[in-house]
Design a protein around this ligand. Sequence first.
Ligand code: GLA
Length: 407
Amino acid sequence: MSGSEGRAAAGGAGAFDRSAPDPAARAIREFRRRFGAAPAVVASAPGRVNIVGEHVDHAGGVVLPMPIAERTAVALGSAVDGEGLVVSLELRREAAAPPPANFERLEPSSPQAWLNAAMGPLRLLADRGVQIPSLCAVVASEIPIGAGLSSSAALGTAMAAAALRWTGQGLDAVALARLVQDAEHRFTGTPCGIMDMLTAIAGRRGEALRLDCRTLERRGVPLPDALAMVLVDTGVRHALASSDYGLRRRETEEAARRLRVLSLREVTEATLEQANLPELLHRRARHVLREIARVDRAIEALRRGDLAELGSIVSASHASLREDFEVSTPEVERVVGRILSAHPGVLGARMVGGGFGGSVLVIVERTRLDTVGAALASAGLAAPPHSMRLVRSGDGYTAAAVEGSSS
Ligand code: GLA
């Protein structure tokens, strides 16, 4: 999907306007303003929307995410007088940063804990022998935080990509994704799977990514032009580190342990039905198995251009996340209910990301986008605390030297 299509769609319903300036340009501009010189490098990485395959990456499952057009950018250069500093434009914060090799995890209660997500990947690169000097960095992002769009993996990926480019080093896609994932586990405390960062690294515009989280095998899945996707922000913010995300992960691991397998990926539904697990673990495992099965059905629906079928798979995923996996909330349910009843052109809807708030993905036929957008707006879903955006697929991460920089 191109930017011009996004704008054309915005023309009709008016609910999808998107005028924010490019975050890379903003980061470079602010870097120059503050530090009086061009940054050495600028890198950026996209957020993601997972079409289907939710809460299965940590169980060795198959997922179908796509990188989105919204990105987080990092402008990076040498520290001025040896004093490292990281500035976040969206958070309106700045913090002194030690040389990456000396960075230690900050307690979540610290006012500077936001640095963990930015500096964690750099510390892990330093641990691998990448010599990163003391640095100044400006972070600019258009990915809303806590909206289920993986702002954290985009920041970690952009920071690592910038530092690698700056130091002339390289890492292959899987090694880079593992490093960013490891940084999430160790520095921000979220025991996430590998889906978000691998999508930010290996995803391509115009495609979703079929990712097998057991083998890390990846395949691009073209998105039909007839498909339009809308995101409705519920306005409910989650914090994955403190939500029940980790508990859900432990529950699926406990189910696998009782079934004597390494991950739920090895189990069939027939085996699960015979296994006599406690009711709660049975439901958690059932979600994982059925959700994995939905991914290839969704890919087949995309191939055939059967958007009604895709919509019903997406809605079935939501029902399973609500009933079996229990990661929805009453507010998310109210929003999903309003979306589904807003217009018959809504083909399906589901929460995306880790759950407990965030955004809802809505499947629509492109020819009906304006009408459906207007109906969603009249249902109050475009006004605070909600907001709506058209989901456009984006490119994976990029990192480049900045013209006019001295290094
Ligand atoms: C969060 C995690 C991912 C994945 C999703 C749920 O986004 O970071 O690894 O587990 O939740 O699918």
